[in-house]
Design a protein around this ligand. Structure first.
Ligand code: KG4
Ligand code: ZN
Length: 345
């Protein structure tokens, strides 16, 4: 059994968590997530402000996570920290802190790729959300469709050609006049809209696409965003719920159909959702309805674990730790980095 402290500071959440366990038998002892509300004023994350807020929050957040677990620093066996991808200044705060802690306490440190963390998040809540599965990671910065053969063995199937799914939600929210971050607001407004009024084209979804075609799994949301812009300009305030509904339906259907293609090609029986947009219940429900026809089960994390959090980082860190991986104390932070464990073709 390992007591792992996780630390996440890649964007605008300062988070720390303590897990205890081994293999897939892991208990979440605590999870503290401090969301930086200040960015709402600016309608997007301001990198330098994010870094400074992490710097102020990191010690109290870690202290609280250890106390909530009913432990002291002496009980922590190892520390896992997000070192990529993300805002470099923000990542550096967590990385510096984790290294200082590891150095000072003489305990091991493990560097974790943020997107690999999202792959592990759902397993903290659902025992069966373990490989092999098809993974759809949809966040503010990423939109990835992967086949997960085993932990640490990932096949990248598709990504977005332009905006990430969450980014599309946030931009559409702005166009419609909803607050940042826009995802939950667009979801709520769309639920009140008429689905028959705005039927936007499904981006990159054509029946004649074949596995192996570049666009079989990739998506693109910029055209959809532009279609929304034109509809908003041409319409009135009263049209906005219907426009939100049109956007929401197009995005969800695209995500669901591309995921179904992956489930069919690899014969998977489980679909695991991750990333902030996975907190979208409409997406999870539509996904399960479609997967019923393929005999697959969908596992979606709760909103707390869908969003950026340190528990998923500790969980991915534990996997690497158990494989004997240790970060050197010159561990660095990177704005972008390929996910480890990629298998090709
Ligand atoms: O994973 P995350 O917390 O941070 C990143 O790593 O980006 O994802 C944040 C994104 C935001 O774009 C937000 O608008 C979106 O997730 N989001 C949602 C919902 N909740 C959060 N998008 C659609 N529907 C939701 N319910
Ligand atoms: Zn994330």
């Amino acid at each position: 059994m390992t007591r792992m402290l996780g630390i996440e500071t890649s964007c605008d959440e300062t988070s720390a968590s303590v897990l205890n366990g081994a293999g897939d038998e892991v208990t979440m002892e605590s999870l503290v997530i401090l969301s930086q509300d200040v960015h709402r004023i600016f309608g997007g994350v301001v990198p330098e402000i994010a870094s400074r807020q992490h710097l102020t929050a990191i010690v109290p957040v870690v202290t609280r996570a250890i106390a909530d677990a009913g432990l002291t620093l002496d009980d922590i066996d190892a520390v896992a920290v997000t070192h990529a991808p993300g805002l470099v200044g923000a990542l550096l705060v967590g990385v510096s802190f984790a290294k200082a802690l590891a150095f000072g306490r003489g305990i091991p440190c493990v560097g974790v790729h943020h997107m690999e963390g999202h792959l592990f998040a759902t397993a903290l809540e659902h025992r069966d959300a373990v490989p092999p599965f098809t993974a759809l990671l949809v966040s503010g910065g990423h939109t990835l469709l992967m086949d997960v053969e085993a932990w640490g063995r990932y096949r990248m199937l598709g990504r977005t050609r332009d905006d990430a799914a969450g980014e599309a939600f946030d931009k559409v929210a702005k166009l419609i006049g909803l607050p940042y971050p826009g995802g939950p607001h667009v979801e709520r407004l769309a639920a009140t809209g008429d689905p028959s009024r705005f039927r936007f084209a499904r981006p990159m979804l054509k029946r004649n696409q074949l596995p192996g075609d570049g666009d079989y799994y990739d998506v693109s949301f910029s055209g959809l965003k532009t279609a929304v812009l034109h509809a908003v300009r041409a319409g009135t305030e009263d049209d906005r719920p219907d426009i939100a509904r049109g956007f929401h339906d197009a995005l969800v259907e695209t995500r669901v159909e591309k995921t179904a293609r992956a489930v069919e090609q690899f014969g998977r029986e489980r679909v695991v959702l991750g990333g902030g947009v996975a907190g979208n219940r409409t997406l999870a429900t539509a996904m399960q309805a479609r997967m019923n026809r393929l005999g697959a089960t969908v596992y979606a994390p709760s909103a707390r674990l869908a969003t950026d959090n340190a528990a998923m980082i500790a969980r991915a860190g534990l996997f690497h730790f158990e494989r004997g991986e240790r970060a050197p104390l010159d561990l660095n932070a990177f704005a972008s980095l390929t996910i480890p464990g990629l298998v090709h073709a």
